[in-house]
Ligand binder design. Structure first.
Ligand SMILES: NC(=O)c1ccc[n+]([C@@H]2O[C@H](COP(=O)([O-])OP(=O)(O)OC[C@H]3O[C@@H](n4cnc5c(N)ncnc54)[C@H](O)[C@@H]3O)[C@@H](O)[C@H]2O)c1
Ligand SMILES: [Zn+2]
Length: 342
């Protein structure tokens, strides 16, 4: 399956299918002599690096970073830049990001600044990266002041998702991906929500991924730089982020997003914005995939957002739900949000 994303700088394909890892050069421009530098992490490398390298020109090189969010840091980005220079990577060479969202964000960021930007290809290996982070061109590293504080919007040359990689994905990571899939289901309704209601299974997984990517494609084509509509993709994330901070990363991101959707949906039904029937279907889907409700009082976690980088001039752009497939952005102060969700 293939989707073409029209970024402001260029169009790129998002290819999804089986057995693609060893065929990467089919999907991007790599003329004779072009050198490919693969960046991956230490969980993914033993599983898939050899396969990827087997399909690349002989001069390809690779670098493995430790897995986990802590690798999205400035110092490691610097080391990777020095490594690209040591490998004599030129402007016409290509970086491949092989892994989940951490590797994708980090390698994408490095590619975006090396020699003022060289091409990179996203090769996602988690459900979350396949349906969310690999598409749309957001790249970043974290700063002590906050997550994703240094980054660029820099579109990849291609996204190649080999669905075979999901066979080794740990359960928790599946759940994180499903949390984001529920986000897409509530935003888009239609086929995504239907699949989630029926139950995600082998036979509909590719369709689910395709529809999520296609929804994201449409959003980023309308608003690549997140001045408006792209903020819809933050559904569940404002409250979710506060829960994430409160739990000191005890709850994984996708689970916090799901909890955030619970909180927002309940507030919307309470205020008469969301019909009860839709609320029931949303909570039924969240329960179906075993997402817990937020264990904290929302009043206690929301002040965590006081230093959120998304809090501009005292207001937050919160995504509210009018119905399944009908969400909108409302600007609220932190106080207003606290009153709204209680
Ligand atoms: N750029 C964007 O638009 C965007 C959107 C959403 C999230 N993100 C970022 O994505 C990151 C989270 O991504 P993630 O959830 O993919 O986490 P991740 O990259 O940390 O991967 C999760 C874990 O699974 C392991 N793993 C990856 N693929 C595997 C496989 N096929 N088999 C076995 N293990 C595998 C990884 O080594 C890691 O330990 C966060 O940093 C977040 O900020 C970015
Ligand atoms: Zn998210």
């Amino acid at each position: 399956m293939q989707i073409t994303v029209k970024a402001a700088s260029h169009e790129y394909p998002v290819v999804t299918g089986k057995n693609l890892l060893g065929r990467l050069p089919e999907f991007f421009d790599c003329p004779t002599g072009c050198k490919v530098a693969v960046i991956t992490d230490d969980n993914v490398a033993p599983l898939y690096l050899e396969k990827v390298l087997s399909g690349l020109p002989d001069n390809a090189c690779s670098k493995t970073v430790p897995h986990g969010e802590a690798s999205k840091n400035w110092a490691l980005a610097g080391e990777l830049l020095e490594w690209l220079a040591d490998e004599k990577m030129s402007r016409s060479d290509v970086v491949v990001a092989l892994g989940g969202g951490v590797v994708g964000d980090l390698a994408g960021f490095v590619a975006s600044v090396y020699m003022r930007g060289i091409d990179y290809v996203q090769v996602p290996t988690t459900l979350l990266a396949a349906i969310d982070s690999s598409v749309g061109g957001k790249t970043a590293v974290d700063l002590p002041a906050g997550k994703n504080m240094a980054g660029r919007i820099y579109a990849p040359r291609a996204v190649v998702f080999d669905t075979d990689t999901l066979s080794t994905l740990p359960k928790t990571e599946w759940k994180c991906g499903l949390g984001e899939a529920v986000k897409y289901g509530v935003l888009a309704g239609g086929e995504i929500f239907d699949i989630l209601e029926k139950g995600v299974a082998e036979e509909n997984l590719e369709r689910l991924i395709f529809s999520c990517v296609d929804y994201k494609r449409a959003v980023v084509e309308r608003d690549e730089n997140e001045k408006g509509d792209r903020r819809l993709l933050n559904l569940g994330h404002t409250v979710g982020h506060a829960i994430e901070t409160e739990s000191a990363l005890g709850f994984p991101h996708g689970v916090c997003v799901a909890m955030g959707i619970y909180v927002i949906a309940r507030a919307c039904v309470t205020h008469g914005i969301l019909p009860a029937a839709d609320y029931k279907r949303i909570t039924a889907v969240l329960q179906k995939y075993g997402f817990p409700e937020c264990p904290y009082s929302v009043r206690s976690v929301l002040p965590r957002l006081a230093h959120d980088k998304k809090l501009t001039e005292g207001t937050l752009k919160t995504v509210l739900v009018r119905g399944i497939g009908d969400c909108f952005i409302k600007e609220m102060t932190l106080d207003e949000l606290e009153n709204f969700v209680l």
